[in-house]
Unconditional design. Structure first.
Length: 201
């Protein structure tokens, strides 16, 4: 297969968590790559929410249904458990009120899939230790002054958040950027964490 056509590794992992013919809401869906993959491989009934107008045009070109809205306030019109899955992949760290967004996602979705970058990966730690500067890596390619990230969290931070909020982590998968699942010390060696969450609300 042409590498350019191969789905992203994290998208493949997320697709593996979703049952066929599910109702899915993708928050911060970007250009719709994940929604398109899920529509093709899992026959989902998918909807996206995205704030970037250019990205929405790309979604429309793919035939996807996407609303132009801010994730922080975009869920108020959805009823309880309207979706089987709500996805927050690489968008949680960019919202103003992540705790509110996750709780709302768990209200409108039976389960929530969250994908977060690990800001405590060993390369980031070494850059801080050796250079004394905010790290810039493949996963964190921005300078401090132009980053879209508002929150900087580790996998351990997210585990702790779920614990204090009474959120159940049904599954957790730690990934490297070399298409591998990390089992040993994921907070140190994983670049990304994928979580399947549930909560009785």
């Amino acid at each position: 297969m042409d590498p350019a056509l191969t789905p992203r590794f994290d998208h493949q992992i997320i697709a593996g968590l979703i049952e066929p013919n599910s109702r899915v809401l993708d928050l911060g869906c970007g250009n719709g790559e994940l929604l398109a993959l899920l529509t093709k491989e899992k026959s989902i009934k998918g909807t996206g929410i995205e704030i970037n107008e250019k990205a929405i045009y790309h979604c429309m070109e793919k035939g996807l249904t996407v609303s132009h809205a801010d994730i922080d306030s975009g869920l108020v019109d959805y009823s309880n458990k309207r979706f089987d899955y709500v996805i927050l992949n690489e968008s949680l760290q960019e919202v103003l009120n992540p705790d509110k967004v996750i709780i709302e996602a768990l209200r409108v979705g039976k389960e929530v899939i969250v994908g977060i970058p690990n800001f405590c990966h060993i390369r980031a730690r070494w850059q801080i230790f050796l250079q004394g500067r905010v790290p810039v890596t493949k996963e964190l390619p921005y300078q401090w002054y132009n980053t879209p990230n508002l929150r900087f969290l580790s996998l351990k931070d997210f585990h702790h958040f779920c614990q204090i909020k009474g959120i159940t982590i049904e599954k957790k998968i730690a990934l490297s950027n070399h298409h591998r699942i990390i089992h040993f010390k994921p907070n140190l060696f994983a670049h990304t964490g994928i979580y399947l969450l549930s909560k009785n609300v």
